[in-house]
Design a protein around this ligand. Structure first.
Ligand code: SAM
Length: 306
């Protein structure tokens, strides 16, 4: 391969036959925790990136796109301003940071199975959490989020599922099933909303996204898919908002801008009324694939990524 600058490269496959390469300036830290292989690297194009089991989770440069897209469509789709939130997974604390932009939030719980990852992110990725772990409203728990949901009787206005992909032998396989989403629904308040990252929405690679969409439709009355392009992943990325009442697709540009002005403290750099309309307007081939999907993911037949 031609390598005129003499860069070291990090190579991530997006499909078995494609990938994305990042020139690396340095490895900030590398560790093997009880649950996963962790790397924090500084890249030439995207600043620091968090990599778990060889998969880029987020980058310093464009994480605002991912995290604003993950959080705000759900936080704006609760009937009243949300008072409590649960982040499932969430590693580097940027999801928590977005949740905490709502002054109405009195309690924000983050449940990540891997306390070591959270500690490494606290230390090496202050650009991402920006003090979210020190906020008085934050409660961080190092445990399996499914176990937590099974035993808690707490209810939340907003729950976001910010997990690693369900890799074989990985810690997240049983958190992408109908039984898991039923637990999420039952831990939401009556007018609550959930969001999740749901994998790529790239042409020819829609099986994962559409199966999750189909599975959520078994559990929630309102399921709305949306997408955005994440540059550091090199592919469009799918998200889903599911609610018990409000349909985010019915919120027009002015309403979203008004809700943001009323509910959010501080500027957003990605999400506004116009971005909202764009993200929820899925193209025809994705809508067709969603309609055609019949697979419901269950504990007996979980979705495992190769
Ligand atoms: N915000 C990130 C991003 O930018 O893509 C999302 C990924 S975040 C790093 C995913 C987190 O999910 C990891 O820190 C991992 O430890 C956590 N996780 C995996 N399985 C889990 C489980 N069963 N319960 C709770 N957390 C889990």
């Amino acid at each position: 391969m031609i390598n005129p600058q003499g860069y070291k490269w990090f190579f991530e496959t997006t499909t078995p036959a494609e990938g994305h390469m990042h020139a690396i300036k340095r490895t900030v830290v590398e560790a093997r925790t009880k649950f996963q292989h962790v790397e924090i690297m500084e890249t030439t194009s995207y600043g620091k990136v968090l990599i778990l089991d060889g998969r880029i989770q987020s980058s310093q440069t464009d994480e605002f796109i991912y995290h604003e897209a993950l959080v705000h469509p759900g936080m704006l789709a609760t009937e009243a301003p949300p008072r409590s939130a649960l982040v499932i997974g969430g590693g580097e604390g940027a999801t928590l940071r977005e949740v905490l932009k709502y002054p109405s939030i009195a309690r924000a719980v983050m449940v990540d199975i891997d306390g070591e990852v959270v500690e490494l992110c606290k230390k090496h990725l202050p650009e991402m959490h920006r003090g979210a772990f020190e906020d008085k409203r934050t409660e961080v728990r190092a445990e399996d989020a499914r176990g937590y949901l099974e035993k808690t009787s707490d209810r939340f206005d907003f729950i976001t599922v910010d997990l690693v992909e369900p890799l074989e032998e990985g810690p997240a396989c049983m958190l992408f099933t109908k039984e898991f989403y039923t637990l999420v629904r039952d831990r939401l308040t009556p007018a609550g909303a959930m969001t999740m990252q749901a994998g790529m929405t790239k042409l020819g690679e829609l099986a994962f996204y559409t199966a999750l969409h189909r599975t959520l439709r078994e559990v929630f009355p309102v399921v709305a898919g949306y997408q955005t392009f994440i540059s550091c992943f090199g592919t469009p990325w799918g998200f889903i908002t599911a609610t018990k009442k409000v349909d985010p697709r019915r919120l027009d540009t002015q309403t979203v801008d008004k809700l943001i002005a009323e509910r959010v403290k501080g500027p957003l750099d990605y999400w506004d009324g116009q971005t909202h309309q764009h993200a929820f307007s899925l193209p025809k081939f994705i809508r067709k694939a969603i309609d055609a999907q019949t697979r419901v993911v269950t504990d007996a037949h979980p979705l495992i990524m190769a």
